[in-house]
Design a binder for this molecule. Structure first.
Ligand SMILES: Cc1cc2nc3c(=O)[nH]c(=O)nc-3n(C[C@H](O)[C@H](O)[C@H](O)COP(=O)(O)OP(=O)(O)OC[C@H]3O[C@@H](n4cnc5c(N)ncnc54)[C@H](O)[C@@H]3O)c2cc1C
Length: 60
């Protein structure tokens, strides 16, 4: 869930989730996989939050 810079390197301590991310659906949207966007937003948010907390704790 790390945000990448223009050269595809992670920006330290910056995470994103849900609609603030890009590339999950590429050029298609999978209607057969019901609610995959909600699932990605919820679980991606959890993973991003955990990593942001770990980054903040280990940085200080
Ligand atoms: C019409 C429609 C139908 C959809 N149907 C489905 C479906 O059937 N299944 C599925 O999986 N996905 C569906 N999606 C996609 C799904 O809604 C999104 O993937 C999901 O809601 C993304 O969650 P999010 O938390 O990233 O963003 P959001 O749900 O957009 O939440 C962002 C929140 O941040 C708030 N916010 C914005 N700016 C600020 C600010 N400055 N300060 C404080 N709060 C702020 C907003 O008010 C909003 O409540 C649908 C989307 C649309 C538009």
């Amino acid at each position: 869930m790390e945000v990448l810079d223009q050269d595809d390197y992670p920006v330290p301590g910056l995470y994103a989730a849900g609609v603030d991310t890009g590339g999950t659906d590429a050029d298609t949207y999978n209607f057969a996989l019901t609610d995959h966007s909600f699932g990605f937003a919820i679980n991606g948010g959890r993973i991003a939050g955990e990593n942001a907390a770990n980054y903040a704790i280990n940085k200080n």
